[in-house]
Structure formats: C-alpha cells, structure tokens
Design a protein around this ligand. Sequence first.
Ligand SMILES: [Zn+2]
Length: 261
Amino acid sequence: MTSIPEENAEFDMLVKSKFPGAISNRELESKVVSILSDMGLAPGKTLLATSLCCDELARSLENDLNEVYGHNFNLGGLAGFPFAGTTGFGAMAAHVPDNGYCFLVHAPHVGITRDGVIGKVERSGIALVDKCCGSAISASNYLKSITDGGAEITTKIQQFSDFQQGAVQQLILPFGKRLNDAEDRMKELPYALYDSQDILVRDIISTGSGRIKKGLALLGGIQINTSPETFDYFHPLRFDFYDENGEVVEDLLPRLKVRFL
Ligand SMILES: [Zn+2]
C-alpha cells in the first residue's frame, strides 16, 4: 500500500523554480474539477479520456481523476503520444453519455529527483534512480546520435514489435536543433514532445469534430513525476473548451492560474 505524500514546502519551491507555471496535482485536480463543474461537465455526464505515458508513474493523475469521473478511455501510449489516433477518438466520442461531454487530458511526462535533477526519479522499491520518461529519453538519445553523428547505418525498417517507440523516434526528429541548443536538454525534452503531441491532438480532434456531443474540454501540459514521498506536479499549457461543432469557444487556462484562497 502506498502512503499519501505530505506537503513539502522546500521541495515545492524547488519544483516551481525548475518548472515555472507548475502546480501540484492536488491543486490542479481541485481547480479543474471545480472549473469543469461550472461549465456543466459533471461526473456522470462526462467521459474522461487520457493520453499519458505507459509508465505507472503516469497513473497517479489518472487515478485521481478516475475517482471523480470514473474509468478513462485510454488514447495514449509511450511518452504520452495519442497512439489510439482518430479511430480511438471516434470510439471514445461514441462512448460519451448522450447530451454529455468529454474531458481529454494529454501530457508527456518528466521526472525530477528529490535534489532537483530533471529527467530522473526515485521509484518505490528500486534502488537505481533511473530516467523518466524512458521512452522520451531513448528517443532523444537516438536523435542526438543523428545530429552529433554515430547513428548506426542500417537497412532495417521499423519493427512492428516496437512500433510505438519507432513512432516516438520519428516524431522527435524535427527537434534536433532545439534540443541541442537547450540549456538543459532533459528539461526541454517534454516541452518539445508536448508541441508534437499538441499538433497530433488538434488534428485528431479536428478529424473527429463531427462526433463531439455537447462539448469537449481539453487539458494539455507536462506531467512532473516526483519521488514517492512528494506530490506530483503538472504544468498546464492548454485548457480549452470545444463546443459541439468542434470549435474552441473558451480558453480556460487563465482560470487555472488564479491563486487558491
Ligand atoms: Zn514515459
């Protein structure tokens, strides 16, 4: 059984200094549920859909939202990319309650250790403090082997047995210069992946817009995973409300930034 993390003011400051704009999952969830409730997206009328990494650390946020909205429709795969695609979105949209809404959350994720190292995280029961997100970092290393030289010359095409990682490696290719120029490659990596995912998610929603029932709220950002003793964090980058025609009619992000009283 996992224990519930305690408030840790010092670590909270550390995370927020590394990721300006990040808020704890607890704060995010309270605000999001309240904002969505005001918009009419009540539990029972709302289907939760997620596109988050396969990593079990990505489940904390999902589990908390499951407690409010019930089981989620999973659109995501490695690194949080929406691998279920337009077919998955269409199926999900058909499962939204009649006259109801979809709440879609998508995010790549990144670890931060107790002492502030980005791209790694402590895990319960594992002594090795290893990389997080593993898929994203492997893809970043692959990209670096191309931009810096050393990539293996091969005649092999992608294998179906690892097609998601093959796709992540393709999708990261446009970011070679951006990642090489970054002050901290591990910090830039999730933001680069977010930009790629944002394009995909916009495309998928646009293709499936005719299937949106009463509306769709979309929350996109970066999941920040921390050691088992502390809260996870989320840097919200987009919180839009789409109407039944698939048009963004309200930017909810400013409402997330209002301080809790
Ligand atoms: Zn991951």
